[in-house]
Write a protein that binds this ligand. Structure first.
Ligand code: G1P
Ligand code: ZN
Length: 547
């Protein structure tokens, strides 16, 4: 059966430039007639060779997910795809989409998500394209898509009723087959192949070990129910907020101490009887690990995973290397050095890890923004990190806070925090970065807020595998003692600009490891304020989110 392809004239929209992770805009922007269609057509026009191939499609279930999925199915048929694998209900977490692309050797995938940004009619929506390796398309591709959006004059679709995505099934749109798949099965099978599920199950069965996983009303609910409570036998009720809602229950599905405050409070309350907590974000690629009255810093988490790789079946034979984004703390570097592994420093955003993973140069990767992952997929993976931690705890017979404290004793502590100034005026953000960049040549050797600056630059990266170059990836200020302050503007926000200030200080002395993070970093906060003139340029005295 063929269905007639129809061509609908269109005109370009300004600003369809993908950021750190795809195109993210308010729902009100995405739902304008032709807006989504233009962007999807630009993706399809940038591809070549998709005729008859398989596309993976799914999203985090946020508001507008259901409408967008139907639009994209029609356009995929018009673009000549042979098959679309779509998660039941239009659902696929970001790491699950990556797993499905890889397992079924798909041509690529479209993931609908704005990650940890709030959802709902007034919230955010997003879309990104992943390549056949399961990972986010690189900058060359996203630049080409953007270019195409600026000259687009039509999009192609077919006329067909909505596909019922409510059950596992196969239906046709013209010559294209739509396979509605279980969004959890392939992913759960993959995770089971990496970790020691028997040992984790034994840990979860212990009466003195109680875990809570907070799915934040977002996509990981069904995955966590199936894996933690299903396959691993954790007691019912281990997963909380486990039903995905289009508006995430009006919450902000970002697993950090501010937005997952309930979880942190529960673990701080001895009366709760909880020994381990974890959470994931809107699309399931981020994670937060919480011990008893102890939030594990994501940078520390990455370093702990690397240091304990020998305890995990999938990684026991050794890691090819490790990688972290530039603003992520150097705790990972210390592990790599001690264990004699290569350690790569990339720009912010998961897309930069893809070449290293594909080339077998890195096995574990991570970012300070609560993202860790490995070569099992090409996205960061929230539940993967949680299972990795559980596997470590099961083998070591210790709780998370003890594992981290032991890690500090062995490697020293990289005290770390990120201060976010959200929703500042775009012009103010740009001016702050421009003035900082202007000041760069004069900073090395100078003193600022009582601290001597050793070096300062704007991070640039040459990919060691494909040689591609990425400039202006964040201003770094380095001190003699290894402390760092990094400034960059967020590439995922949808309102104004968000300034991120990353602060890091190395403390070797075990007697000083328990010093409160913000206290230890106070001199660097003063340096950041002075060198970047944050208050006078942005009008903000304090950050909105400290993580
Ligand atoms: C943020 C994080 C970054 C992460 C991205 C997608 O990007 O900082 O590490 O890869 O979200 O989850 P940013 O808003 O800083 O550009
Ligand atoms: Zn995410």
């Amino acid at each position: 059966m063929t269905t007639k392809v129809i061509t609908i004239p269109s005109t370009p929209f300004a600003g369809q430039k993908p950021g750190t992770s795809g195109l993210r805009k308010k729902v009100s922007v995405f739902s304008q007639p032709r807006y989504l269609e233009n962007f999807v057509q630009a993706i399809f026009d940038t591809l070549s060779g998709q005729e008859g191939q398989t596309l993976v499609l799914g999203g985090d279930g946020r508001y507008y997910n259901d409408v967008a999925i139907q639009t994209i199915l029609r356009m995929a048929a018009a673009a000549g795809f042979g098959r679309v694998l779509v998660g039941r209900g239009g659902i696929l977490s970001t790491p699950a989409a990556s797993a499905v692309i890889r397992k079924w050797r798909a041509f690529g995938g479209i993931i609908l998500s704005a990650s940890h940004n709030p959802g709902g009619p007034d919230g955010d929506f997003g879309i990104k394209y992943n390549l056949g390796n399961g990972g986010p398309a690189n900058e060359g591709f996203t630049d080409a898509v953007y270019l195409r959006t600026q000259s687009i004059d039509a999009y192609r679709t077919v006329e067909t009723p909505d596909v019922d995505l409510g059950r596992i099934d196969e239906v046709n749109i013209g010559d294209m087959c739509v396979s509605i798949i279980d969004p959890v099965a392939d992913y759960a099978e993959l995770l089971e192949s990496l970790f020691d599920f028997d040992r984790i199950a034994a840990l979860l069965a212990r009466p003195d070990f109680r875990m809570r996983f907070d799915a934040m009303h977002a996509v990981t609910g069904p995955y966590a129910h199936a894996i933690l409570e299903g396959r691993l036998g954790a007691p019912a009720g281990t997963v909380v907020n486990g039903t995905p809602l289009p508006d995430f229950g009006d919450g902000h599905p970002d697993p950090n101490p501010v937005y997952a405050a309930d979880l942190v409070a529960a673990l701080a309350d001895a009366g709760s009887g909880l020994s381990f907590g974890a959470a994931s974000d809107g699309d399931g690629d981020r994670n937060m690990i919480v011990g008893r009255d102890f939030v594990v810093s994501p940078s520390d988490s990455l370093a702990v995973l690397a240091a304990n790789h020998a305890l995990i079946p999938a990684y026991a034979a050794g890691l090819a290397g490790v990688a972290r984004s530039m603003p992520t703390s150097c705790a990972l570097d210390r592990v790599a050095e001690a264990l004699g592994m290569a350690c790569y420093e990339t720009p912010t955003g998961w897309k930069y890890f893809g070449t290293l993973l594909d080339a077998g140069k890195a096995t574990l990767c991570g970012e300070e923004s609560a993202g860790t992952g490995s070569n099992h997929v090409r996205e960061k993976d929230g539940l993967w990190a949680v299972l990795y931690w559980l596997n470590i705890l099961a083998v070591r017979g210790e709780l998370a806070e003890d594992v981290v404290r032991d890690h500090w004793r062995r490697f020293g502590r990289n005290v770390y925090s990120r201060h976010d100034y959200e929703g500042i005026a775009t012009a103010a953000g740009d001016r702050l970065m421009a003035e900082l960049r202007d000041r760069l040549p004069r900073l090395p050797g100078s003193e600022c807020a009582g601290l001597r600056i050793k070096a300062a630059d704007d991070f640039a990266y040459t990919d060691p595998v494909d040689g591609s170059r990425s400039e202006r990836q964040g201003v770094r200020i380095m001190l003699d003692d290894g402390s760092r302050v990094v400034f960059r503007l967020s590439g995922t926000g949808t309102e104004g600009a968000t300034l991120r200030v990353y602060l890091e200080r190395y403390v070797a002395d075990p007697d000083r490891h328990e010093v409160p993070t913000q206290e230890a970093l106070a001199p660097l906060v003063r340096l950041a304020e002075t060198v970047a003139q944050i208050a006078s340029i942005t009008g903000r005295q304090t950050p909105d989110v400290i993580s």
